[in-house]
Design a protein around this ligand. Structure first.
Ligand code: DC
Length: 223
């Protein structure tokens, strides 16, 4: 394992577009891409699969020993598996979104996953890895040469999320998004840029412009 040359850390709230932007930027740069929210979601899926109450912190921490997680970091070969089972679609279901914050609040779970994320980064054989989540700029990779907070106005985030999710009204999507952000931001602050973190506000940028803003920052850091 040689480890990547450039680590790009991207944080942001739900609906900021960080997953799709990070993946597309990685493709443009020839980098790998790590979606860390997928690990919290996959663990939430596994907890429900085992019939464990997500509020039972001790039981959730104990199940980590059996959590066999795998993620694809090639932006053109994305997969999420638990024990060899493809959970890519299942982890996006609303039943997961409503319990994932309770799982992500458990500190030993966070410590375990932070370590796992660093190992995944070290396993990359590309010139760089874009890693996105909530605490990447502050906890997982505070020393990354490029650290970005991707934001957008609440209205734009809700509209984007609502366009992605079918089977839920715009009102329901907005309600869930707001309550998840409120719960998640009790543990990590992803609404304000930490020192040295560059904020990209995508409210008035289209998808391509947002990708380019990330790519430009990576190129500027390399110079
Ligand atoms: O980005 P997402 O919606 O897939 O993330 C799912 C949940 O995981 C989210 O509610 C917060 C949590 N999360 C976190 O606490 N830290 C991260 N680095 C990534 C996600």
């Amino acid at each position: 394992m040689s480890g990547p040359v450039t680590v790009v850390a991207v944080d942001g709230p739900a609906g900021s577009g960080k997953s799709s932007v990070s993946r597309a930027a990685a493709r443009r740069l020839g980098f790998d891409y790590q979606d860390t929210g997928a690990a919290y979601r996959a663990l939430a899926w596994f907890v429900l699969e085992r019939g464990i109450d997500p509020a039972d912190e001790e039981a959730v921490v104990n199940v980590l020993a059996d959590f066999d997680y795998a993620i694809g970091i090639d932006p053109d070969d994305y997969f999420v598996r638990v024990g060899g089972v493809d959970v890519e679609a299942a982890i996006r279901e609303p039943r997961i979104s409503v319990v994932v914050s309770a799982i992500a609040r458990i500190l030993p779970v966070r410590a375990y996953l932070v370590d796992l994320f660093r190992h995944v980064i070290a396993s990359s054989d590309k010139p760089g890895v874009i890693t996105e989540g909530r605490d990447i700029t502050t906890v997982v990779c505070p020393d990354a040469p490029v650290r970005i907070l991707l934001t957008a106005s609440p209205e734009v985030r809700m509209a984007r999320r609502s366009a992605e999710i079918t089977g839920q009204s715009a009102d329901e999507v907005a309600k869930h998004l707001t309550s998840r952000d409120a719960q998640d931001s009790r543990v990590v602050d992803f609404m304000n840029a930490a020192e040295g973190v560059i904020a990209i506000d995508s409210t008035h940028l289209d998808f391509d412009q947002t990708i380019q803003a990330v790519v430009d920052l990576v190129h500027a850091a390399a110079r």
